[in-house]
Design a protein around this ligand. Sequence first.
Ligand SMILES: [Zn+2]
Length: 217
Amino acid sequence: MQKESFNVFCPECNMLVEAKVITDATGKFQSDALNPDDEVDAMYNAEHYTVCLCRRCNHPFLIKESLQGVPAEFETVTDTVVLYPTESKIAIEYLPNSIHSAYIQALRSYKVSLFDPCVLMCRKCLEGLCKILNVSGSNLNKRLEKLKEEKHIDDRLLKWGHQIRLIGNEAAHDIDTPISKKDAQDILEFTEAILIYVFSLTQRYEALMKRRQTTSK
Ligand SMILES: [Zn+2]
């Protein structure tokens, strides 16, 4: 499974690029076989690491592929993750499925320079967030205010939320003024911050507290 290149998003070029493989290596390998003789017929999981350079600007990438297969039968890539450069400093995790899907669409739109759809999907992330948290109100404006009232977000996040809502509205209704790249990037990053605050960090904090409680017993 020697690859010569990967298609990745280059933050320098701000576009999808072809990155040329410079070197690669296999990392962790785990076979389901109970003894070495059975390994050839047993399912295995492995990790493969590749270093690449952007063909346009030479920006480096470290890519991890998760592999699954049976020796001499098949091997498939089950997951591909860009380990460097990371897209976000704090991992955006524990997102409910519906919000995750909207967020991924926002991210993908940005990466192919579709800034209006990017902002629309960011707004949809907020709509999803209100729904998941059972926040009621006749429109997004009121639902965002309710989010703050119910202490899911604070004043600052509420302000960011309103900008996402307003710029999202512009993208939906103002046909003459396209959303700029800079505005789309800001809206995407403010959306990420709200999702990280409400879902990722909240869950991690709860897990931390649980861990502390069990270790202190
Ligand atoms: Zn590049």
